[in-house]
Design a protein around this ligand. Structure first.
Ligand code: HEM
Length: 510
């Protein structure tokens, strides 16, 4: 046989082999897809049909995940709903009883979150929010003490200074109706958390610019690449290491490291051993202890905590301040009630000074904060992963490795738990009504051992700024302004924060 004939046969065999391989791959994919598609149906769990690639994640970049969660809740009215993170089955929990089991009672099964930031990004992956046990327990145990009410009173001077600078910023504005609420409030929260966690003096509240503010600005800017990083970290962690995605922009990590080094050297000169007055002190103590123990507390672990304090706190707090001011601008009668309460506290205090502990006792102020958090929880779903097979109820056992999302925002919008949920009604949180709120239906800071460590810190920053603003200004909605129910939320990010600029008129009180 000639060489040409042999080559022809070889070529045909190659094509046949390729054809068979492609056929096998398609058959395997089809078989896998059929199993995936039938996963929740076989278990009798209600669900929406999954997309062949995205699973249930077709809303990504098109709708805020919290809005999606509210819709799923309303659509099914079922204690749980099946979903898919791409092809991975996940369970959405819509019931307060099941939420309690997962977050508190059976916490031993759900110690970790599903999300993960991968090993190529130590600052993104070693912080409290992303890290898994056992490092999570070690760090959480050591840092919890600094977030107690008594320790956080040390924030008094800082919140006094920054609140007065916020008032000054509004006073100095040529036209205060042009102040973008989210921007000025993020300046304030960046200063408060940046200073407390990194020990550097920042000046964003007064000026709107600061190197630390450049970092928080970058955190809130979502382009396609960051959208991809975040979607992978939250919903497809296996891709994170392959593509070396990171939670924080890479350049900001170098900035954190530099700032933390300078601040720690400066602070170490003045520090009394064992003493921890603020977050930075607590972090330096963690570093000292880490050097002596072999629990894996490296310098990166410590810097990762400073970074997550900033990241976890600045946007959530400033977003609540924005929506709270905006809602109040549409409710003058609620502002008046708030003002009456606050002026009484101010008049009773020495030199008209607003003490952190006195504001913590203001019932109406707290009710206004809680109602803002109910309607606009920045993180409306609580992410966990089952460590072992887990019996949800008599009918359903989920396998180890199944992601579980407690749909807290869905419950916060349920008519059965909160009448007229679309309306802003702080009165529902007043002591005489709070008994009507069913446990585990209001969880803006999460619940259980893995709930928000910075809850008190966030509340102090919120209350102090809002009290000072209300005492000095009336908020008025601008002519033709969109109603609060028409606010557009961020579609590209994953947290429930306004996706548009919000403006009001600040009218000085005489
Ligand atoms: C209005 C303000 C805030 C809101 C609404 C909020 C909300 C939340 C929520 C819902 C979680 C998840 C809880 C869970 O899964 O059960 C969380 C976790 C966390 N938050 Fe906050 N947060 C706020 C402010 C802060 C502040 C000011 C800090 C830091 C100073 C902070 C640091 C953290 C950290 C480190 C975690 C992870 C905790 C862990 O897994 O152990 N947050 N937050």
């Amino acid at each position: 046989m000639s060489v040409y004939v042999l080559e022809f046969i070889d070529c045909r065999m190659l094509w046949n082999l390729l054809g068979i391989t492609v056929l096998c791959v398609i058959t395997w994919l089809y078989y896998r897809w059929t199993c995936v598609r039938q996963y929740w149906a076989k278990r009798g769990v209600p669900h929406l049909p999954p997309h062949p690639v995205m699973g249930s994640l077709t809303f990504l970049q098109r709708q805020n995940p919290a809005t999606w969660m509210i819709n799923i809740y309303k659509q099914f009215k079922s204690p749980y709903v099946g979903a898919w993170m791409f092809w991975r089955p996940a369970l959405i929990i819509n019931s307060p009883e099941l939420a309690r089991n997962i977050l508190v009672k059976d916490f031993a099964f759900f110690r970790d979150r599903f999300l993960s930031s991968g090993s190529s990004d130590p600052i993104g992956s070693l912080n409290l929010f992303t890290v898994n046990d056992p490092l999570w327990s070690t760090v959480r145990k050591r840092l919890t003490g600094v977030f107690t009410a008594s320790k956080l009173r040390a924030l008094q001077n800082l919140v006094d200074l920054k609140s007065s600078q916020l008032l000054q910023r509004i006073r100095n504005a040529e036209d205060n109706t042009k102040l973008n609420l989210r921007a000025i409030y993020t300046d304030y929260t960046t200063d408060i958390i940046g200073t407390a966690a990194f020990g550097v003096e920042t000046n964003a509240t007064l000026t709107g610019v600061d190197p630390m503010r450049t970092v928080t600005q970058a955190f809130t800017t979502f382009d396609l690449y960051r959208g991809l990083c975040w979607s992978s970290i939250f919903f497809f962690p296996e891709l994170v290491d392959i593509f070396r995605f990171s939670l924080f922009p890479k350049w900001s990590i170098d900035y954190f490291k530099k700032v933390f080094k300078i601040a720690s050297e400066h602070r170490n000169d003045k520090r009394t051993p064992g003493d921890s007055k603020d977050l930075l002190d607590a972090l330096l103590k963690l570093m000292d202890e880490g050097a002596k123990s072999n629990e894996g507390i490296t310098e990166d672990v410590v810097i990762a905590q400073a970074a997550i304090f900033l990241f976890g706190g600045f946007e959530s707090t400033s977003s609540i301040m924005s929506v709270c001011s905006y809602e109040l601008s549409f409710h003058p009668e609620k502002q008046d009630r708030l003002y009456e309460e606050l002026i009484a506290v101010k008049n009773q205090s020495e030199n008209g000074h607003l003490e952190i502990s006195k504001l913590a006792d203001c019932q109406y102020l707290n009710a206004v904060m809680k109602e803002s958090l109910r309607k606009y929880s920045p993180m409306g779903w609580l992410d966990r992963i089952a460590d072992k097979d887990y019996k949800i109820d008599e009918n359903l056992t989920i396998s180890a490795g199944t992601p579980v999302y407690v749909n807290s925002i869905g419950m916060q919008y349920d008519e059965e738990f909160f009448h007229e949920p679309e309306k802003f009604i702080p009165e529902r949180f007043l002591p005489e009504n709070v008994g009507n709120i069913k446990p585990f239906t209001f969880m803006p800071f999460g619940e259980g051992p893995r709930s928000c460590i910075g809850k008190r810190f966030g509340q102090i920053s919120l209350r102090h700024a809002m009290a000072n603003l209300i005492l000095n200004y009336k908020f008025e909605a601008l002519p033709g302004a969109k109603k609060p129910s028409e606010i557009k939320f961020e579609k590209r990010g994953l947290f429930l924060v306004p996706g548009q600029e919000l403006y009001i008129k600040f009218i000085p009180r005489s």
